[in-house]
Design a protein around this ligand. Structure first.
Ligand code: TYC
Length: 117
């Protein structure tokens, strides 16, 4: 059992028990679901310069130059890569920053997000 689950005391039910001759007991547990996480993906294309992609990864994802170069090469070779995992709001912000920066520099670089399993 996860540490954020709690059992509640049994609760007797309503309408079916109005005349008091039955007792329906239901177990309820408060659900404290962790918010879903989102993968931010960078997609390959034939035109965006490698140095631009490395710069994007350093600037918006806090990667050092070696990490950024490695992920850029993975995208270049495999077609895409996960560049980070974030809350919905942070992932949306990152995607927006990358798409806006690429558009302003007239590169076709694409960045998307996808809910984690
Ligand atoms: N394929 C690009 C090139 O050869 C480089 C590139 C890498 C583009 C990663 C996009 O997300 C990307 N110039």
């Amino acid at each position: 059992m996860q540490s954020d689950m709690h059992m509640m005391a049994p609760k007797s039910a309503g309408p079916a028990d109005e005349d008091g001759d039955t007792a329906i007991v239901t177990e309820t547990k408060p659900k404290t679901k962790r918010p879903p996480l989102y993968k931010v993906l960078l997609l390959n294309d034939d035109y965006t310069p490698m140095e631009f992609v490395v710069h994007v990864l350093e600037r918006f994802f806090g990667l050092n130059h070696a990490q950024a170069f490695e992920i850029m090469l993975t995208v270049h070779k495999k077609g895409l890569a996960v560049v980070g995992v974030f809350s919905h709001e942070i992932a949306e912000t990152k995607v927006g920053q990358v798409m806006d920066f690429a558009r302003r520099h007239q590169h076709p670089l694409q960045c998307t997000m996808e809910k984690e399993e």
